[in-house]
Design a protein around this ligand. Structure first.
Ligand SMILES: NC(=O)C1=CN([C@@H]2O[C@H](COP(=O)(O)OP(=O)(O)OC[C@H]3O[C@@H](n4cnc5c(N)ncnc54)[C@H](O)[C@@H]3O)[C@@H](O)[C@H]2O)[C@@H](O)CC1
Ligand SMILES: Nc1ncnc2c1ncn2[C@@H]1O[C@H](COP(=O)(O)OP(=O)(O)O)[C@@H](O)[C@H]1O
Ligand SMILES: [K+]
Length: 493
């Protein structure tokens, strides 16, 4: 599940060459894999292969050769009319026996498929001139595009367009994905993504030690807290959700989610005036009234409540700030969301300096900016910097949620459906994270697992999803994970 930056991919390439596989062989395997993916996806048709000046272009010449060998009608267009000069690419360009025309928009008239082999990981500056003009023209045509490695113009590390970027229907990449394949807008420009094995051994990752991964149960399955026959409810932790005065739904969603994901006990601390609302709506979840910070402290003082949640529906202001700082002072595990973050917009440092490594922050982009400010970096970098600055795990939400730890490890989530963009789903995520932390999962793995489970639950429901549906969908997702973990579903232990 590792994600490699173009620089790390070049290291992988070099390490493979050191082990005796030549660059020419790697390029042959890459181009062949692209040609095979094309033949699987599209019936035979006239194709234009647009080749750039580097190794991405080199791959293009291999694609052209393999498609032609399978009877496809292939045109090759070279950017600026020049063949690549790098040795591996030049070798493969020389093996192409057909014509090489200078790349022009007019060549598209005779093609029903474009292979974009202009630039991949080596893009060093924004696209300009002929390349930009060509990509811009393609974007306005209804011609299917298969990108080699990356849609040209996309920065492999950030997922952002450098100037203009191609939009592909299929992107075939090699060995491991890059951040650009999972982060928006890049992910939206890649179309379907196929990962091809080109003979790079996975051991090369030992020295590269990648620090970014695509979220998957593979990463955290072995840490997932399943109950044991010898256990009892206190072995499964106790989540305390501090409820708000008027927006009571948010804390209830968090509490239900924490219970569904397996927390042994869940309590909502309810402001005394709102207590009847909470108590009437929750059965298996306990509701304890509090009047002021003193009585909330009394509730916090039971150390069996091993995870505290503040933020959903909390209200923005001094009272929430006081609750957050009080909760932080307990040293207990803590999940802070929504208003718990926004309440510190005018004094972020007072929160940042109090956070510790057992805390998880779950901001959406708006909340994130209130705490960490704006800068021009990509989402992966911003989440990592925020985790480092705060010393907490940061879950920067969205269609490409990034979960980052203070040590630089980061995971990008890719299974979220657009149906999650509806009020209250974030509150459910907060509860899932807290519920897993209560059962002993580390804050980072709990955040990764919860984000995946949350998105998988939403995917199972699909259109029409509202946040109230989500907690009830969690058991189905857990059942599947449980089966995958080798349990038969009848007993535990
Ligand atoms: N493991 C690997 O690293 C492998 C890499 N392969 C291919 O090699 C590609 C990377 O090759 P390169 O590093 O040669 O990089 P690219 O081919 O992506 O681009 C580099 C070339 O483009 C020029 N260039 C960069 N930005 C430009 C711009 N904005 N306008 C005009 N020219 C620009 C550079 O001067 C250089 O000539 C990968 O994307 C992949 O397709 C494959 O052959 C298989 C193995
Ligand atoms: N376009 C999208 N595609 C997929 N997931 C999304 C999208 N927009 C938001 N989400 C997810 O939906 C949830 C919304 O959380 P949040 O913004 O806190 O909403 P709320 O405060 O209403 O609960 C997050 O888990 C986020 O990652
Ligand atoms: K490309």
């Amino acid at each position: 599940m590792a994600l490699l930056t173009p620089a790390e991919m070049a290291q992988a390439d070099a390490a493979t060459v050191e082990r005796g596989v030549s660059g020419i062989e790697l390029m042959e395997a890459a181009g062949r894999a692209v040609a095979q993916a094309i033949m699987r996806r599209w019936p035979r048709r006239p194709v234009l292969v647009a080749c750039g000046p580097g190794n991405n272009g080199g791959d293009g010449y291999v694609v052209a050769r393999h498609l032609a060998a399978h009877g496809w009608s292939v045109m090759v267009g070279a950017l600026s009319g020049a063949r690549p000069s790098a040795p591996d690419a030049a070798h493969h360009a020389a093996l192409w026996e057909g014509v090489v025309q200078p790349l022009s928009v007019g060549l598209l008239d005779d093609a029903e498929l474009l292979v974009d082999a202009l630039f991949g990981g080596g893009l060093g500056r924004p696209l300009a001139g002929d390349a930009a003009e060509f990509i811009e023209a393609v974007r306005h045509r209804r011609i299917p595009v298969c990108a080699v490695d990356l849609p040209s113009g996309l920065d492999g590390s950030t997922g952002r367009a450098q100037g203009v970027a191609a939009r592909a229907d299929l992107t075939v990449t090699f060995f491991r994905k890059k951040p650009a394949h999972v982060l928006f807008p890049g992910r939206g420009l890649c179309g379907d993504i196929a990962l091809a094995d080109i003979g790079i051994p996975s051991e090369v990752l030992d020295t590269i030690a990648p620090a970014a991964f695509e979220n998957s149960p593979v990463l955290w399955q072995r840490h997932f807290p399943w109950p044991s026959l010898e256990g009892h409810k206190y072995h499964r932790g106790h989540v305390l959700v501090v409820g708000g005065q008027t927006m009571t739904g948010a804390a209830r969603l968090s509490a239900r989610a924490a219970a569904r994901v397996g927390a042994g006990l869940v309590t909502v601390a309810a402001p005394v005036f709102a207590w009847p609302v909470y108590a009437a709506a929750l059965e298996g979840i306990m509701v304890t009234p509090f009047t002021d910070m003193g009585s909330l402290h009394d509730i916090f003082s039971d150390s069996r409540k091993n995870v505290l949640v503040i933020g959903p529906g909390a209200g923005v202001g001094g009272q929430t700030r006081e609750q957050v700082l009080g909760a932080l002072a307990t040293g207990r595990r803590l999940v802070l969301d929504a208003d718990a973050i926004t309440s510190f917009a005018a004094q972020p440092q007072s929160l940042l300096s109090a956070l510790h490594h057992e805390c998880v922050l779950t901001p959406h982009e708006g909340e994130f900016v209130r705490l960490f400010g704006t800068d021009d970096a990509d989402k992966l970098t911003r989440a990592r910097e925020a985790a480092q600055r705060s010393g907490a795990v940061v879950v920067l939400k969205g269609a490409d949620t990034v979960i980052a730890a203070p040590d630089g490890q980061a995971v990008v989530n890719t299974n979220a459906p657009a149906f999650l963009a509806t009020g209250g789903t974030g509150d459910v995520l907060t509860g899932l994270i807290a519920g897993l932390m209560a059962q002993g999962m580390s804050p980072f793995w709990a955040a990764c697992a919860a984000t995946w489970v949350h998105a998988e639950a939403a995917t199972r429901f699909g259109p029409g999803l509202v946040s109230d549906d989500l907690p009830g969908l969690v058991p189905g997702v857990l059942r599947a994970l449980y089966g995958d973990a080798g349990h038969d579903g009848r007993h535990t232990g």
